[in-house]
Design a protein around this ligand. Sequence first.
Ligand code: PEP
Ligand code: MN
Length: 265
Amino acid sequence: FRHGEASEVAVATPNGTVYFGQHHPVVVVAGPCSVENEAMIVETARRVKAAGATFLRGGAYKPRTSPYAFQGHGESALELLAAARKASGLGIITEVMDAADLDKIVEVADVVQVGARNMQNFSLLKKVGAQPKPVLLKRGMSATIEEWLMAAEYILAAGNSNVILCERGIRTFDRQYARNTLDLAVIPVLRSLTHLPIMIDPSHGTGKAEYVPAMSLAAVAAGTDSLMIEVHPNPAKALSDGPQSLTPERFDRLMQELSVIGKAV
Ligand code: PEP
Ligand code: MN
């Protein structure tokens, strides 16, 4: 992964092929933390599409710290994502936690997400590497760059060259103001170390909706290839990650602010 031209990851969506990479516009992935019901996922899809997003995110299988927290609706949420894909034309990104669910997820997802907590789940990495859909690999919350790149290497070595690297904040000493420390320095660092496309997730990176616009703008200014932003039609009522979710109105305004920076959508 260390040498050569910047690579691009081409993803076929219902609305055409979208390219993640240095020589393409910034790809914006938006949507709720969790898929909650059909009305909310379809409404969110329509709103983020209208604002300029090309991918819808939404968890069906959720990695929650507490076993008593909402775990996601599982397989039925995959059907709702398929409905939202059809209604909006957006590509779908959703997380796999268990290799046993991979076949079902791959039927619906245009990109398969491996979450921060599974970054070094090597058996899962080998399995997502052996299936055909592109893979979004989130940085583990305490992972070094080297560990992250070696995790990506597992996917590449298993035969899947379509890997996107997503920074989502790392665990540091001060959690009073932000959930994590969003490491934007990875943008130039990864550029120097790997050809793989880069995504920044300021939602999990900060944990607070009010910080998300500034970090999104900074990430685009620093040269990210894509953004992942949590958007919920009613953040106060969200079943997960409401405090870090933008309303559709705020997301729409952010997309207009991003377009001023240049490379954005
Ligand atoms: C998510 O994208 O909803 C998620 C759980 O992210 P992370 O793995 O970065 O915590
Ligand atoms: Mn979330």
